[in-house]
Design a protein around this ligand. Structure first.
Ligand code: C2O
Ligand code: CU
Length: 496
């Protein structure tokens, strides 16, 4: 049956100083929640849906009265949502009209290496291909000189909400900050047969903090040379404005009924601990039905939910007991002042609700046991010296595309033991994993299900277990604090 999570006992360590916006900010819960548009295929051949996305600059009014230049997928931030069906492959042709090279990665995708967005597999800009000559120069063989690139996603994986974002070597953090992120949902018949809230009662929520400079541009520490040597960059960049689907502290009208909230933390470095609070101070249950890599076996009830960068949670919230006309606020317990508010739901009307949350959600979660593992590996995620300054390292080394750090055999089950000096959300490409232990004890309730990103806490050793399968080739694992990633905390994972 249901298990109830206790409030978390450990708080993440403070990340960097927060940037302060220099434009007048709107009060919370005034601006309607934008719903990203669903991208339509440009064609279909032999059961494969083809999409096309142009990466281009645009200007948007995120803060009322303020014009903000963005880098976008197809003109919006977030980019358009791709809706895929399990077993039905997708190709996406990305055309780069931005002034810089880019790389697209489908986060959480079970993707052949050639489409996984390796950090030096660039889509070059048309006009100024050499403006940023550094990227990829340490491994010139890997640089692809293309202005468009076809990414192929076989969609042979469990239904879940993935996201796509930039992944260029050394410059991922500023590219995501400027707007290069979108959602990608995979569905199947089995999930749809469960009767979960759907249609307008299923919301995709991309949460990301930003700051705005006086001229309306997104505030970001200036890049001076290599990212590795900048103190402003060191802990990760935080903004003082919380955006949901690109709008500051938005509000959304809902029926007094169950809603499925698919939460994504697309922030570069900010951690959240979310709770849903009514106007009269009641905390609504957050019924978790899914993790990064799809449905849980059974729902888990949380009072608060921690969200590290790149993590996703699929939760059901029941607004039926909330007074019509009142609000439910999504609050970030780790924020202070402005950054405590995230968004609000205004309960607009009573409504009939045929949805349900079955006690059994999925039966296909792998049952890997420690005894299945052919190998246990240890990794440390710690600060260290890099390029004559401060960097973030895995096992004492910064990322080098020319070095293979880990070679795994296709089909092997492995246990990875990881320790961190400060909070590092660690992401593995290609595979989903389960959290086996934290600090030698059982994982936390929010570690349930299949994950692709684990929130490593300071000083706490954690173990994950996975089976490497799918495709051979060169993949990555890295910290998903995007600034840490750019400052070296990434390594190559070769599947042979
Ligand atoms: Cu979301 Cu390697 O990244
Ligand atoms: Cu990190």
């Amino acid at each position: 049956g249901l298990t109830t999570a206790n409030a978390l006992t450990r708080r993440p360590a403070r990340t960097g100083a927060e940037l302060t916006s220099e434009v007048p900010l709107p009060p919370p819960f005034q601006i309607p929640l934008p719903l990203p548009r669903t991208l339509r295929p440009v064609g279909t051949t032999g059961g494969t849906d083809h999409y096309a996305i142009t990466q281009r600059e645009t200007t948007a009014e995120i803060i009322p009265g303020v014009r903000t230049p963005l880098w976008t997928y197809d003109g919006t931030f977030p980019g358009p949502t791709i809706e895929a069906r399990r077993g039905r492959p997708v190709t996406v042709t990305h055309r780069n009209e931005l002034p810089v090279p880019t790389v697209v990665h489908l986060h959480g995708g079970r993707t052949p290496a050639s489409s996984d967005g390796y950090p030096t597999d660039l889509v070059l800009p048309r006009d100024r291909p050499m403006e940023h000559p550094h990227a990829g120069m340490r491994d010139p063989r890997a640089v692809q000189t293309v202005l468009t690139r076809d990414y192929t996603f076989p969609t042979d994986q469990r239904p879940t909400m993935l996201w796509y974002h930039d992944h260029r070597m050394d410059y991922t953090a500023p590219a995501i900050w400027r707007g290069l992120a979108g959602m990608h949902v995979i569905r199947d018949d089995a999930e749809e047969a469960l009767g979960l809230p759907a249609g307008p009662r299923e919301l995709h929520l991309m949460i990301a903090d930003r700051a705005f400079a006086a001229d309306g541009t997104l505030h970001y520490p200036a890049l001076r040379g290599r990212p590795g040597v900048q103190p402003e960059y060191e802990a990760g960049v935080l903004g003082d404005v919380i955006l949901v689907n690109g709008a500051p502290w938005p509000v959304h009208e809902v029926d007094a009924a169950r809603h499925r909230l698919r939460l994504l933390n697309a922030s570069n470095a900010r951690h959240y601990e979310l709770e849903a609070v009514t106007d009269d101070g009641r905390r609504l249950e957050l019924v978790q039905i899914g993790a990064d890599q799809g449905l849980l076996a059974n729902p888990v009830v949380h009072r608060t939910l921690p969200l590290a960068p790149a993590e996703r949670y699929d939760v059901v919230v029941d607004f039926s007991g909330v007074r019509v006309g009142s609000r439910v606020r999504l609050v970030n317990r780790l924020g202070s002042g402005r950054t405590r508010a995230v968004m609000a739901f205004r309960v607009a009307r009573r409504a009939r609700d045929d949805s349900r949350v079955p006690r059994v959600l999925a039966r296909d979660i792998p049952a890997w046991r420690r005894s299945d593992a052919v190998r246990v590996r240890d990794f440390s995620f710690r600060a260290g010296r890099m390029n004559g300054g401060h960097g973030w390292l895995i096992d004492g080394r910064p990322f080098d595309p020319a070095r293979t750090d880990v070679t795994v055999r296709m089909g092997d089950v492995e246990v990875w033991r990881m320790v961190a000096d400060v909070h590092h959300p660690v992401h593995l490409h290609l595979v989903g994993f389960k959290v086996l232990s934290r600090a030698g004890r059982r994982p936390h309730p929010h570690d349930a299900g299949l994950k692709d990103t684990i929130s490593l806490r300071p000083g706490e050793a954690a173990e994950i277990i996975t089976r490497f399968d799918g495709y051979r080739g060169r993949y990555l694992f890295h910290c998903h604090n995007a600034e840490h990633e750019d400052m070296g905390m990434m390594a190559n994972l070769e599947v042979t």
